[in-house]
Design a protein around this ligand. Structure first.
Ligand SMILES: NC(=O)c1ncn([C@@H]2O[C@H](COP(=O)(O)O)[C@@H](O)[C@H]2O)c1NC=O
Length: 515
């Protein structure tokens, strides 16, 4: 069957004149709606107005233009069904062989900071998806194009055989249903959130592909990277890669983990991450000092790590960074001199964030973890501790310096896999016990890593101590102050050990499990 008649109705008019002209040149009759028809006419492409097909004007500010039996019968009729053929003939209706539609820009509209509810609603396309769905359902006979990237291929096939192949029509139909599904998911998500219902009876969020990945966590696992249509700037999904090889699956997760930690700090901070846990975190009066601390925190583990900074990287820091092997450096920006130094290293990936939001400005996002056959969804843990939440429970209060180190440790331990114990001193992490099956195990690792530096350091725990044993270990290592949520039935046991060893302990009342 040859393509004789095409209906073209597009909001994004990129490439449509050339495509339509080429189709018209092949003898295809073009039917079109208001704005599209005007453009084609202006460009000298022969076009039939939609009203001439429907015998009805485009009405209600464009809300009704193609929603008409003359259009949908033409799209939905089963061409080799005699009853359908007869009905079409009796009613004087004609078939439509090709539909080219792209939709009102709903995503771009709601992305505008000053978007009104009315504007968002008006940008919900009704006629477009209806045509796309009719054509896609009837892909046995009808070709449907929703993406300008398919114009060239369709044209090539029509030029060659006068029609597209069934294989192409099936591919395009599947693309349409994914597209209309994603379009509706975004509308549903927008309206649900406006109504304060972010976790409705069906969870239909939509993601668009950023890129295919070479492989997943391991080389035998297939993988791809997706982002939300309206992902905020300052994230791994929107960062600009300035240099280096393509990001890997593990790179993306590690960089995301590093960013979450560095965003905890208002002051200059640098975070080094390995396997999604911080191995070195430092703060300073400038980013250079912060980096030196993050490096000194654990000069062994930073090797092959991911480094995130919350200030522009300058030449002096770049010089130090270039002296070790790192997978990624991610920062709001890099000076030209820093880029000159770092781009000499072929394998390092440099990511520019543009902007960076601190924890205080961050709104919780929805985090999805899949389980076999389903998923669980929760808000991201963007809780920020306020001084009012802190309760001193020991005889001795922490000194100002101890309190500073405790708050620093608390911001970082929140991002360490549970059970997590973290030791901090002198504005840097000195021991990180991550992902252990018991708290004492995590404390042992952190204390052993800190070695002599544990003496006079502070300890942060992501969850309460079920008994006094962790405090005993801390006391033996020379820890002088502890921060933890509290809430165990045996809190008194830990408090007694702390008092007996002159340790100052504060409770936060908030737990930061991270599995
Ligand atoms: N109402 C209708 O019958 C209808 N038919 C097609 N549209 C949309 O109108 C847009 C094109 O409009 P125009 O050709 O007037 O610029 C397309 O995005 C198309 O999806 C419609 N608009 C919205 O629902």
């Amino acid at each position: 069957m040859a393509i004789r008649r095409a209906l073209i109705s597009v909001s994004d008019k990129t490439g449509i004149v050339e495509f339509s002209r080429a189709l018209a040149g092949l003898g295809v009759q073009i039917i079109s709606t208001g704005g599209t028809a005007s453009l084609l006419e202006k460009e000298g492409v022969p076009v039939v107005g939609i009203s001439d097909v429907t015998g009805f004007p485009e009405i209600l500010d464009g809300r009704v233009k193609t929603l008409h039996p003359a259009v949908h019968s033409g799209l939905l009729a089963v061409r080799d069904d005699e009853k359908h053929q007869q009905a079409m003939k009796e009613l004087g209706l004609d078939y439509i062989d090709l539909v080219v539609v792209n939709l009102y820009p709903f995503a771009a509209t709601i992305a505008k900071p000053d978007v009104s509810y009315e504007d968002a609603i008006e940008n919900i396309d009704i006629g477009g998806p209806t045509m796309l769905r009719s054509a896609a359902k009837n892909h046995a006979f009808v070709t449907v194009v929703v993406d300008a990237a398919d114009y060239a291929n369709v044209l090539e096939e029509v030029k060659g055989a006068g029609d597209t192949t069934l294989e192409t029509r099936k591919r395009l139909a599947a693309k349409v249903f994914r597209h209309t599904g994603a379009y509706d998911a975004l509308i549903g998500d927008y309206l649900s959130k406006l109504q304060g219902d972010p976790l409705p009876e069906s969870y239909t969020v939509t993601y668009e592909k950023v890129q295919d990945l070479r492989y997943g966590e391991n080389p035998h696992q297939k993988a791809a990277f997706y982002r939300k249509p309206l992902a905020a700037p300052g994230n791994i999904t929107t960062a600009e890669q300035l240099h280096g090889k393509e990001l890997s699956y593990n790179n993306i997760n590690d960089a995301n983990a590093a960013l979450a930690i560095v965003k905890e700090f208002e002051e200059p901070a640098v975070v080094a991450v390995k396997h999604m846990n911080p191995c070195g975190v430092g703060i300073g009066t400038d980013i250079h000092e912060a980096y030196q601390k993050a490096y000194q925190a654990d000069p062994t583990s930073i090797f092959g790590g991911i480094v995130a900074a919350n200030r522009t990287i300058g030449a002096d820091t770049a010089q130090l960074l270039s002296e070790i092997f790192l997978e990624i450096i991610i920062a709001p920006d890099f000076t030209q001199e820093a880029l000159d130094i770092l781009t000499k290293k072929k394998n390092i990936r440099l990511l520019k964030l543009g902007t960076i939001q601190s924890a205080k400005e961050r709104q919780p996002d929805w985090l999805v973890t899949t389980v076999e056959g389903g998923m669980v969804v929760q808000e991201s843990d963007v809780h920020s501790l306020s001084m009012d939440d802190i309760k001193v429970v020991t005889n001795r209060k922490p000194t100002d310096e101890e309190l500073k180190q405790l708050l620093f440790g608390w911001k970082v331990v929140k991002h360490v896999k549970s059970n997590a114990i973290l030791l901090a001193a002198d504005n840097m992490t000195i021991g990180v016990g991550a992902g252990q099956m018991n708290r004492v195990g995590a404390a042992n690792i952190a204390i052993e890593q800190a070695g002599e530096k544990a003496r006079g350091a502070v300890l942060a725990s992501d969850a309460f101590f079920p008994m006094g044993d962790t405090l005993e270990l801390a006391a033996k290592a020379g820890i002088t102050a502890v921060i933890q949520p509290g809430g165990s039935i045996k809190d008194e046991e830990s408090i007694a050990v702390a008092n007996a060893n002159n340790i100052a302990m504060v409770l936060t009342g908030v737990r930061h499990f991270k599995h």
